[in-house]
Design a protein around this ligand. Sequence first.
Ligand code: F6P
Length: 546
Amino acid sequence: MATTTTSQLRETAAWRALAEHAEEVRGAHLRDFFKADPARGERLTAEAEGIYLDYSKNRITDETLRLLLQLAEERGVAERRDAMFAGEHINVTEDRAVLHVALRAPKGSHIEVDGEDVVPKVHEVLDRMSAFSDRIRSGEWTGHTGRRIRNVINIGIGGSDLGPVMAYEALRHYTQRDLTFRFVSNVDGTDIVEATRDLDPEETLFIVSSKTFTTLETIRNATTAREWALSKLGDEAAVAKHFVAVSTNADEVSEFGIDTANMFGFWDWVGGRYSMDSAIGLSTMIAIGPENFRQMLAGFHAIDEHFRTTPFERNLPVLLGLLTVWYSDFFGAQTQAILPYDQYLKRFPAYLQQLTMESNGKSVTLDGQRVDYETSPVYWGEPGTNGQHSFYQLIHQGTKLIPCDFIGFDQTLNPVANHHDLLTANVFAQTEALAFGKTPEQVREEGTPEWLVPHRVFEGNRPSNTILADRLDPGTLGKLVALYEHSVFVQGAIWNVNSFDQWGVELGKVLAKRIAEELESKAEPELTHDSSTNVLIKRYRESKGR
Ligand code: F6P
């Protein structure tokens, strides 16, 4: 695969043209774009697999799109995509393939990693997960004392937590309601204590989810969970009925004391933040059932195929990824808001934070050159309409440009009174208000006194995408996640960064280990940190001693 150096991005013909072109677009208003082209709202849309994307309320022209698509071509996005699907080791810093797409490949398809077709392995694990899920759901699997499992606690962090918790919340409508699900991630003891305090160990199953099975938080929490369970169940043999593991590391799993017969595996070509549809989704499968889980995988796969085969001008993740590059690099946008108008998607922004920022929060290119352009924006958000009564003020009238993704559904899973019409009216109203605003003339016409006019003016020209789907079912969730996974891929390919490693989390881990020893040592440790860190450690030790 061809690699490029930092300056090569800025030197591409498309980048240079975009830089010039951005100056023209900056001076234009969305009002003018819509006036000049009344059909813009029909034209600048794309639809695939039941996902409708309206990107007309973006500060772009046909020329912008043409140049962004040219940039994708010059940066070899299609070639890089094909290399991913072909199982090449595109995660160069870890020398690994990147094949989350294989996790949702239908039985009988063929995807090779290092000469081996991995699809049969994927389905073997899915089948084992299904059988296990059915046994828990039906009550056939019982705890050590013969009682039925009523509570499932997933212990994991990062990709081993955010996907499961997001999917559980998103698909709550489809969950088996006589089972309680909880998710423990933080090493703060409060997390595990609060998650277990009202539960009975005899009825509780822990899923210890960790790709590496060495992550400090997860191993600490799992150990505390085991102590909690055994404090009532007594017998070590109980572990086999109350603990299962999801991991790529069988040695560490058995070292921890979990029988590898109760382990569900995955592989090093699945990144943590791309793993919610691997065995890491075991809690999701127990919650919604194997059939719904397979529907979710089918949704993922539909968008994989769309990404793989659709021309870029109609390719949803490509369009979304290119728009993010446009605002990050040519408009100075530092953040991107994710605004799902569905209460079930309340953890979706948090999930996307890891997916996007751990992937593209990089400042060196694949070949180690410092970038001289912006990479990932900060992703953040809250479900609508709550955000409207909180931070939307800044999006409407503040000094920052914040591109927004609005996500809505034609149908609600909870049709009650006219809630859904009100909710959806707010999606459309917000995108309209952001784009078109309210001019001083309009404000005056309303009889506003002159001194108040500036306060009531909405500049508009705030860009947004509107993403609509029929209803939030398992398939749709899979499609939405795949949409963002591939958008992240496109951004990374343009920026020429490795979207699949995360070296930036290492230093803190190493230092925390050393400091934990210093906080806990019986003898006064010799502190050789900087003066600030030394004082913080001393202060904590003194307070602990009191
Ligand atoms: O610290 C970052 C990270 O490595 C994430 O990338 C990952 O999702 C998380 O930790 C958890 O890792 P594991 O599944 O190995 O416990």
